[in-house]
Design a protein around this ligand. Structure first.
Ligand code: IPM
Ligand code: MG
Length: 366
């Protein structure tokens, strides 16, 4: 079923910066672009422009986030990103590493709100390493703060003190940073099941005591949301013990990095999970939460669904096109129900497909 042209009428031409990155990035992004192209034919007014980020940008310009890419991304309404990094770049000086490009675009575009849904498709329940009953029906949203914390805190470094090397970083949040991510999380919870769990380590870390205090203050504005708190070590345990107790989780940058990888495995494959990173005006960067998987790059083996689902999130959050977003998500459900599986989610009796054939299947299902 085609989305009616009129659904797209209120949209003036929107610009998407496409940054495919390294490893499997170009292959998976290509499939998401095919999906966007199909929606364009149905009237979605978007134009795509390509730029470099990560290792490929270092190769071309010496920098993981070149000025030209920053200009392109700043002027765009949304960014679609593949993945960055590869073993070739791991020995470069730190400021040239591909990961720095990712951190730079997040920081410079002020993309502080990272939404990482962990949704288990019933068809993939057996791909999860947890028992069926523990994960069936799982639907969690992790809201990760993305532009602060120990990732960006100063001072940081490795230096010699008293004749030996010391390494140090700074975990730091100011209250406005905590407040704005708390608002995003409360609003997300209000639209879902109305439960928010804030994760910290307030028994040890002052920075996260402030986190808890500020989240409690913000809670007064959201009486419809039930707020709870959990220490991060316990949260890591509860995620595998009884993940369905969670609706929305809000946490800082580093804890969110770790817990979102953990949550992804509940769903069977990290190859299935999209993400959105938003600024205060819902401009967003959309990317799969997995990495560049250099070991399978160029082999037509990667799962493009997380990137395709990231395009759906883009339509929902930045372009306000809920119906088009659901059209993509339904198509993904359909191809799973039809038995199409890339290697990461394959099971006996299913139809194994490569990256491109999975893209074909999604397009056919749309
Ligand atoms: C992620 C990644 C990044 C992060 C790396 C690649 C810098 O692990 O998006 O979760 O730590 O944020
Ligand atoms: Mg991570």
């Amino acid at each position: 079923m085609a989305v009616l042209l009129s659904d797209f009428k209120n949209l003036s031409m929107m610009k998407i910066a496409v940054l495919s990155g390294d490893g499997i990035g170009p292959e998976i992004v290509a499939q998401a672009v095919r999906v966007l192209d199909a929606l364009k034919k149905d009237g979605l007014a978007v134009e795509l422009e390509y730029g470099l980020i990560g290792g490929c940008a270092v190769d071309a310009t010496g920098k993981p986030y070149p000025e030209a890419t920053h200009r392109l991304a700043s002027q765009a309404d949304a960014v679609l990103l593949g993945a960055v990094g590869g073993p070739r770049y791991d020995t470069l000086p730190r400021h040239q590493r591909p990961e720095r490009g990712l951190l730079a675009i997040r920081k410079e575009l002020n993309l502080f709100a990272n939404l990482r849904p962990a949704l288990l498709y019933p068809e993939l329940a057996n791909a999860s390493s947890l028992k069926y009953d523990v994960v069936a029906g799982l639907d969690i949203m992790i809201v990760r703060e993305l532009t602060g914390d120990i990732y960006f805190g100063e001072p940081r470094g490795i230096e010699v003190r008293d004749g030996q090397r010391v390494g140090y970083n700074t975990m730091i949040y100011n209250e406005s940073e905590i407040r704005r991510i708390a608002h995003v999380a409360f609003q997300a919870a209000a639209k879902r099941q109305g439960r928010l769990c804030s994760v910290d380590k307030m028994n040890v870390l002052e920075c996260t005591q402030l986190w808890r205090d500020v989240v409690i203050e913000v809670a007064k504005e959201y009486p419809q949301v039930a707020l709870s708190h959990m220490l991060v070590d316990n949260a890591a345990m509860q995620l595998v013990r009884n993940p369905k107790q969670f609706d929305v989780i809000v946490t800082g940058n580093m804890f969110g990095d770790i817990l979102s990888d953990e949550a992804s495995m509940l769903t069977g494959s990290i190859g299935m999970l999209p993400s959105a990173s938003l600024d205060e005006n819902n401009k967003g960067l959309y990317e799969p939460i997995h990495g560049s998987a250099p070991d399978i790059a160029g082999k037509d083996l990667a799962n493009p669904l997380a990137t395709i689902l990231s395009a759906a999130m883009m339509l929902r959050y930045t372009f306000n096109q809920e119906e088009a977003a659901q059209r993509i998500e339904s198509a993904v459900k359909k191809v799973l129900a039809q038995g199409f599986r890339t290697k990461d989610i394959d099971e006996p009796g299913m139809k194994p497909v490569g990256t491109k054939a999975m893209g074909d299947a999604v397009l056919a299902a749309m």
